[in-house]
Design a protein around this ligand. Structure first.
Ligand code: SF4
Length: 168
């Protein structure tokens, strides 16, 4: 199983808290006006990288947690689910995942929802240009939510973190 990958950023501090290995995948159909990364929309962009190779890349950095972004990882949900499952079963790393879908849209679609159990935090929703707020950390517009999927956010959570949305 492979994931089309645009880039892998090592030990980034820009894609979630602390040091992270950020996997930027290719492909997004949300077409948000003002998207910061429209070159990521092409589903044939980047190159195919095996889940096994990505897992080894993640595991090779004992310091960093993991970020899935793009593009939208939920358009390659099966392969990302396999990668996330292996990361959670074989390491103690946290996984943050950015998506243009809302949590509710993902929950309503069993195909998309297969990834949720393996994520720690979902940053959800499309970027809305009219609501752009450059003061927000890790989000472009305030409709996007930082949702802790495995329990209450920590006391030092990022400002703007919403209370946990209960999973149905
Ligand atoms: S979801 Fe993200 S990558 Fe996709 S169009 Fe919207 S801002 Fe761009």
């Amino acid at each position: 199983m492979t994931i089309r990958v645009l880039d892998i950023i090592h030990q980034t501090m820009a894609d979630g808290p602390g040091f992270r290995t950020a996997i930027y995948c290719a492909g997004c159909a949300h077409a948000c006006p003002g998207c910061h990364n429209p070159q990521s929309w092409d589903f044939k962009g980047g190159q195919a990288v095996s889940v096994e190779e990505l897992l080894e890349t993640v595991k090779a950095d004992s310091l960093s947690d993991v970020t899935f972004t793009g593009g939208d990882p939920f358009y390659q949900v099966e392969a990302f689910t396999e990668l996330a499952r292996r990361i959670k079963q074989e390491t103690d790393k946290t996984i943050w995942c950015w998506t243009g879908f809302t949590l509710e849209e993902i929950q309503a679609d069993p195909h998309l929802a297969q990834l949720l159990p393996w994520l720690d935090v979902l940053v959800d929703g499309p970027f809305i240009l009219e609501q752009r707020d450059t003061t927000l950390l890790f989000r472009g517009s305030p409709n996007q939510r930082i949702i802790y999927l495995k329990g209450a956010p920590p006391e030092d959570a990022i400002p703007g973190t919403v209370p946990l949305v209960p999973l149905r």
